[in-house]
Ligand binder design. Structure first.
Ligand code: 2AM
Ligand code: CA
Ligand code: CA
Ligand code: CA
Length: 264
């Protein structure tokens, strides 16, 4: 579809996400139906499922030819990144959604033949929608354009992580924390990526699925922040990855720790 107007598409996705936010806020006033997926720490609610259905229905109207990959399984069975691919996380940070009613996000990433085009991360309770990518030539938080975060070294900033990695000291996490100015854990990949975009943290490390990193990869790359596997390799868009988000300098520092195989 060479006649696609990305500016218009972006505005339509913003409208869809705003509608979706209103629906979620209404549903939050009623009791949630909560189920366990793989464990008691991996939850899904009626709102995750309903919102994915709502978003995918909207996406089908905007881009009928595209493939859609959604966390809760209401999209397509995607086995290739050829053509246009939308990747959707309807509620990112479901545990926060259930326990805090705060600190969760909606995320959409749009790829063309495996290359990121537009990304959206919506901090629902703060009502700040981050949108951007190569097709918009920048990243905006609502109407404010973001500037690239400072290229800090690992020792000069805070790093976000997911708790299982730290608890089990996967891939030298404790050495990385030790070398940084400190660790923070927010419980939502989307919120963590926002924190890196605005310079509150210099990076984030977590074991993530495509819907957890698809939108963030586009937005962060547009701001000059690196996203790779913990070994510095490109991410596989169709499977789990141990994801390293970091400023250029911090990425070098962390890859060096991995290479040196240091322990505390
Ligand atoms: P989710 O809430 O959309 O499932 C929590 O540490 C962060 O990691 C959230 O962004 C969460 O996304 C993501 N995550 C990825 N895999 C997970 C899993 N198996 N269990 C819980 N959270 C997971
Ligand atoms: Ca989930
Ligand atoms: Ca997620
Ligand atoms: Ca989710």
């Amino acid at each position: 579809m060479s006649d696609l107007n990305w500016q218009d598409l972006s505005a339509q996705v913003v409208a869809l996400l705003q509608q979706s936010r209103q629906r979620v806020l209404t549903q939050m006033q009623r009791a949630l139906t909560i189920d366990e997926k793989t464990s008691r720490k991996d939850l899904v609610t009626n709102v995750d499922k309903g919102n994915e259905q709502f978003l995918i229905q909207g996406i089908r109207q905007l881009d009928p030819q595209a493939q859609v990959l959604g966390e809760e399984g209401f999209g397509d069975h995607v086995t290739s990144t050829t053509g246009r691919l939308w990747i959707v996380d309807p509620i990112d940070g479901t545990m926060n959604f259930v326990k805090q009613r705060d600190n969760f996000a909606m995320m959409i990433g749009i790829y063309q033949d495996g290359v990121g085009q537009l990304g959206f991360i919506y901090d629902v309770m703060k009502d700040v929608l981050y949108r951007g990518g190569p097709q918009l030539g920048g990243v905006w938080a609502n109407e404010m354009q973001l500037t690239a975060p400072a290229d800090l070294a690992l020792s000069d900033g805070l790093i976000g992580m997911s708790s299982p990695l730290v608890i089990h000291d996967v891939a030298h996490m404790q050495a990385i924390v030790h070398a940084s100015a400190g660790m923070r854990i927010y419980g939502s990949a989307g919120i963590e990526m926002i924190n890196v975009m605005v310079g509150k943290t210099l990076g984030y490390i977590s074991h993530l699925k495509p819907w957890d990193f698809a939108a963030g990869q586009i937005l962060l790359n547009t701001l000059g922040v690196q996203m790779s596997t913990i070994d510095g390799q490109p991410l596989d868009m169709l499977s789990s990855n141990l994801v390293l988000v970091a400023t250029k300098q911090a990425q070098r520092d962390i890859l060096q720790i991995e290479e040196d195989d240091v322990s505390l």
